[in-house]
Design a protein around this ligand. Structure first.
Ligand code: NCD
Ligand code: ZN
Length: 351
């Protein structure tokens, strides 16, 4: 097979940033994906419907002229949950029609999460409202206790936070975002057979690489993201989940651009930039698993089905042709290093 034609995909977890950074990265996503769930972790974060509306306008303004004219790309906005998010804000979000989820960042869990939730108990009435109006909760699933090993934070989150949360709000729709462990893959799989309230996104990088990539021949900042890459058995469990055909798993790149200078420093921020070659990376992962036939459902069907949106109607074509991921791409007065720069990929999206 030399060509693969699939329904145009959506990205169900994406960081677009703002200003010049937004203008630099948006075209990579907007030329391939029809829609993207846009993360609200700006500085300051997007906490109100009014903030989300103006961020959405800035995104549309930043689209290249041809895409703006054709209206082919739709940003799906999210709110950043804080201890102070009110039930009224949730109702306004639902009524807006353009806010599609509310994001839980445990305070301190990742990049720009300082304003996140300090204790989920503070959000009880807000979560109740989300459950009753049908507003999905998007979860960065890691505990933040300094005493918990960084590699165990997702596993501990399931037991300490997610299970009690789902018991308290059984019909709240939850997306467990960018899962990275066997425990998360198995937990979501178990729920998937019974209910339709829990789903998970999986990044291309967690399907392709394990934590050795972080330390290959030296310390490699461009491979550092959160949740951090895990051991090989976890990667295998994620591949199994993504290629299972189960409707509770779908595509979310978590492409998170950080300028080269900030990445290649004594204390580098978490985030891998994959928007440049996301579909190519996913195709590589599915092909290695012998499951290219299941890429379309994962990339283009399961996400809209879970979010209650229509599937896209047009298509994209991937062709089998080797190419080398460039060493960097422009990013204002700096550069961005795409993940696994310099490597050869076997698939390419035909423009
Ligand atoms: C994200 C970022 O840079 O905003 N970083 C990352 O490593 N994924 C934040 C996040 O999604 O955790
Ligand atoms: Zn993210």
């Amino acid at each position: 097979m030399d060509h693969l034609t699939i329904t145009r995909p959506d990205d169900w977890h994406l960081h677009l940033r703002d200003g010049d950074a937004l203008r630099a990265v948006l075209p990579y996503t907007a030329r391939r994906f029809a829609r993207a769930i846009v993360m609200p972790n700006l500085k300051p974060p997007v906490t109100t419907v009014a903030d989300a509306a103006s961020y959405r306008d800035r995104i549309v303004d930043a689209l290249p002229e041809d895409l703006r004219r054709e209206r082919t790309f739709v940003p799906l906005m999210t709110l950043y949950l804080t201890d102070a998010t009110s039930p009224d804000e949730i109702r306004r979000a639902k009524e807006s029609g353009f806010v599609h989820g509310v994001k839980l960042y445990p305070a301190g869990a990742t990049t720009n999460s300082a304003a996140g939730v300090t204790n989920l108990r503070h959000c009880w009435p807000t979560l109740e409202t989300m459950q009753s109006v049908g507003m999905p909760l998007l979860v960065h699933g890691e505990v933040t206790d300094a005493g918990v090993d960084l590699f165990d934070r997702e596993r501990v989150f399931i037991d300490e936070q997610l299970i009690p949360l789902r018991a308290a709000f059984p019909s709240l729709r939850i997306v467990f975002e960018h899962i990275t462990t066997r425990e998360a893959a198995h937990y979501v799989t178990d729920c998937c057979g019974r209910e339709r309230t829990l789903a998970a996104t999986i990044t291309a990088h967690h399907l392709l690489y394990n934590r050795n990539a972080l330390f290959h021949g030296g310390l490699r900042p461009h491979w550092y993201c959160l949740p951090v890459l895990k051991r090989e058995p976890h990667r295998q469990a994620l591949v199994e989940a993504a290629t299972s055909g189960r409707p509770c798993f779908f595509l979310g790149t978590d492409s998170a651009p950080h300028a080269r200078r900030a990445k290649e420093s004594a204390c580098c921020g978490a985030g891998a930039f994959t928007a440049f070659h996301a579909m190519e990376l996913y195709a590589e992962a599915f092909e290695r698993a012998g499951r290219l036939d299941r890429l379309e459902a994962f990339a283009s069907f399961h996400g809209p089905d879970f979010y209650g949106l229509a599937r896209n109607e047009d298509r994209i074509v991937l062709e089998r042709s080797s190419w080398t991921v460039p060493a960097s791409v422009a990013f204002g007065d700096d550069e961005l290093v795409p993940l696994d720069a310099g490597s050869t990929l076997r698939w390419r999206v035909v423009d």
